[in-house]
Design a protein around this ligand. Structure first.
Ligand code: PRP
Length: 198
């Protein structure tokens, strides 16, 4: 594929730094349409329930905010923070809770909201933690699912898009805390030998 003078490939635009380029993988319009579809599906499954959304910080915040407004009916939400030690095939899968929920989930219809499902180790940890707290229903919504990367035997009930194993940023997803505020989900490429945004 041809490159421009600035080293950009077709469909790419400059990133925040000189060696970073972005390519839109899923546009803002496609995301908004899909979030609406998922919200209607969830509401059909739980037409009368108060749906208690749990956002996993920080990547889920835009997805949660859009989903909450599209769901209609009664919704409440809470957040929790986790950190994981190493990711990938040699990962220990150790996940640590850095911020617990503010309110109980016992007896509630709970929807865990994640921006991305990757190895699944985080979700496996969370589902075990939440199941012990006896919610009435426990479901999972993820915007992006990197199916090929899965290590843990978990899956989401509601999936926005299945994506290949590319490094993606935007709509909550970051690279070193940057790019979270992009409206589109973009593939990030970092120029230079051996440089990879992971
Ligand atoms: C991302 C995502 C999930 C986790 C999924 O969070 O929000 O919590 O990784 O990965 P896994 O399936 O391999 O466990 P991240 O650690 O990037 O934190 P952030 O949301 O604060 O950016």
């Amino acid at each position: 594929m041809g490159k421009t003078k600035k080293g950009l490939r077709a469909g790419e635009k400059p990133g925040h730094q000189a060696d970073e380029t972005l390519r839109v993988l899923i546009s803002k319009a496609r995301i908004q349409k899909r979030v609406g579809e998922i919200a209607r599906q969830i509401r059909r499954d739980f037409p009368k329930d108060i749906i208690h959304l749990i956002g996993v910080l920080k990547g889920s915040i835009f997805f949660l905010a859009d989903l909450a407004r599209e769901l209609g009916g009664e919704v409440s939400f809470d957040f929790l923070g986790v950190s994981s030690y190493g990711k990938g095939l040699d990962s220990t899968g150790e996940v640590k809770l850095t911020k617990d929920l503010d309110v109980t989930i016992e007896g509630k219809t709970v929807l865990v909201v994640e921006d991305i499902l990757d190895t699944g180790l985080t979700l496996k940890y969370l589902l075990k933690l939440f199941e012990e707290r006896k919610p009435k229903h426990l479901r999972v919504a993820v915007l992006l699912d990197k199916v090929d990367r899965r290590i843990a035997d978990v899956q989401a009930d509601y999936v926005g898009f299945e994506i290949p194993n590319e490094f993606v940023v935007g709509y909550g997803l970051d690279y070193a805390e940057r790019y979270r505020n992009l409206g589109d989900v973009c593939q990030l490429r970092i120029a230079g030998p051996g440089k990879k945004a992971e």
